[in-house]
Design a protein around this ligand. Structure first.
Ligand SMILES: N[C@@H](CCC(=O)N[C@@H](CS)C(=O)NCC(=O)O)C(=O)O
Length: 226
């Protein structure tokens, strides 16, 4: 039962999206969904500050249980509803270690992409620091081949840790969507990632969390040279 769950989320937030994917995968789709406006700074409202004193989303409540860090929420959902919906964390210790490793490792993609995005987005174009931008593009250009290589070990139709969709995929797909929104030439540069992305992004859980404002806005060409 998920009617006693509330998720505060923001459009375009990758941490929120990974939680939304897990909620749907765990058959908990009828949670109370509260979309907050970053423009209006609603994440700093009393209602959210009471739950998450950082004034950030995701902010998540299940009955009296509060968990806010997105990866902690995903793990909480999997542990609490282990036998419901998609099993997102395998029982086998070595496979579990791999899933946890890849799940946490997706943060590397986001840290590098966000550094670039926020510098360009928040700075006037005439003040862009081209050295900094060059370093961040290089960092991403070095990060993504690792993921291309992880995927290339498995056959067509696989997920990031093998034959099953797991926590690692719930975190990787939104990160790739973020790169695509910044016009990464994924198909040309990373063919395994591109075919994975095309397939997995059609999954209903992924579609359910697609940032509403992305559907009618074009994105940014910040990664076209990676
Ligand atoms: N480590 C946190 C990051 C949360 C986070 O950075 N949330 C952003 C949206 S992606 C936010 O609420 N930003 C608004 C703010 O900081 O005021 C998680 O994974 O849940």
């Amino acid at each position: 039962m998920s009617s006693d769950m509330t998720l505060y989320w923001g459009s375009g937030s990758i941490p929120c999206w990974r939680v939304m994917i897990c909620l749907v995968e765990k058959e908990l789709s009828d949670y109370n969904s509260k979309l907050v406006s970053f423009e209006k700074k609603e994440q700093k409202s009393d209602e959210i500050m009471k739950i998450n004193p950082r004034g950030q989303v995701p902010a998540f409540k299940h009955g009296n249980v509060v968990v806010n860090e997105s990866m902690a929420i995903c793990l909480y959902l999997e542990n609490t509803f282990k036998n419901q919906g998609t099993q997102l964390l395998p029982d086998d210790p070595s496979q579990q270690a791999l899933v946890l490793q890849r799940f946490m490792e997706t943060q590397n993609i986001m840290d590098k992409a966000k550094a670039l995005f926020f510098h360009r987005f928040r700075t006037k174009q005439e003040d862009w620091d081209q050295v900094y931008i060059g370093e961040k593009i290089k960092a991403l250009a070095e990060e993504l081949p690792l993921w291309e290589n992880y995927l290339s070990q498995y056959g067509e139709g696989s997920f990031i840790t093998g034959k099953d969709f797991t926590l690692a995929d719930a975190s990787l797909v939104p990160a790739l969507a973020y790169l695509m929104r910044m016009k990464l030439p994924m198909k040309e540069r990373f063919p395994c990632l591109a075919s994975y992305y095309e397939r997995v992004s059609d999954r209903p859980s992924v579609q359910s969390g697609w940032p509403p404002h992305w559907k009618d806005t074009p994105g940014y060409d910040y990664l076209k040279d990676v």
